[in-house]
Design a protein around this ligand. Sequence first.
Ligand SMILES: Nc1ncnc2c1ncn2[C@@H]1O[C@H](COP(=O)(O)OP(=O)(O)OP(=O)(O)O)[C@@H](O)[C@H]1O
Ligand SMILES: Cc1cn([C@H]2C[C@H](O)[C@@H](COP(=O)(O)O)O2)c(=O)[nH]c1=O
Length: 214
Amino acid sequence: MSKGKFITFEGPEGAGKTTVIAEIYKRMQKEGLEGILTREPGGIRISEKIRAIILDNDHQEMDGRTEALLYASARRQHLVERIIPAIHEGKIVLCDRFIDSSLAYQGYARGLGMDDVMSINAFAIGDTMPDLTIFFDISPEEGLQRIAQSGVREQNRLDNEALQFHQKVYKGYKVLLEKYPNRIISTDATLPLSEVTENVWKIISSQLISQDNS
Ligand SMILES: Nc1ncnc2c1ncn2[C@@H]1O[C@H](COP(=O)(O)OP(=O)(O)OP(=O)(O)O)[C@@H](O)[C@H]1O
Ligand SMILES: Cc1cn([C@H]2C[C@H](O)[C@@H](COP(=O)(O)O)O2)c(=O)[nH]c1=O
């Protein structure tokens, strides 16, 4: 596997992204591959503050466009401060959510339109797009049930959206899979954790090697 790659992980709530990325990061370290593990919204001081504003259950009145712009602002700062420098240093960046979350959640599920959401994000990210995106495929019902059962974290403003909203998010991701078949690869997230991790590792290894040889 080569260095200097940008890999993002996407999916509905409770799909297992955070858990699997941590396993992949450990495996990368064992293999001697230099990388960073980060997340959106967040990853750095300012963007974590924006995250807290967006996800606060007390902010029910937040307008959809305000929400989309806040995600894009958090993304901009995260990119310039952490992601782009790491890519330039030749590291593998593993990022829990990125632009596709904005397209699926704000563009599709909130009804702002994927094209408009892409336009505001183009201002934020320029031409920095992921080399590879892995979509964790699980129904919103099953994902939300995992979160409710785990009790590991408090449910935030987005988790607490109606099931219908989460079903739209899932459909939005399916639209993105059709739109970006070369970049976004789907994996079955309903399998046991060890199998999901193994499958994700195989995707990352094979995709990055094939990109290097092309
Ligand atoms: N393959 C799996 N099978 C069963 N449970 C799993 C699996 N993967 C993760 N979990 C559990 O599901 C819960 C949610 O996992 P995790 O936080 O990794 O999801 P996530 O995709 O990061 O969610 P979100 O984006 O909503 O934060 C955790 O309790 C985790 O232990
Ligand atoms: C980047 C991004 C995220 N979201 C949503 C998706 C989740 O509901 C939360 C983030 O919480 P997580 O536990 O870290 O997954 O924010 C979004 O709507 N738009 C985005 O661009």
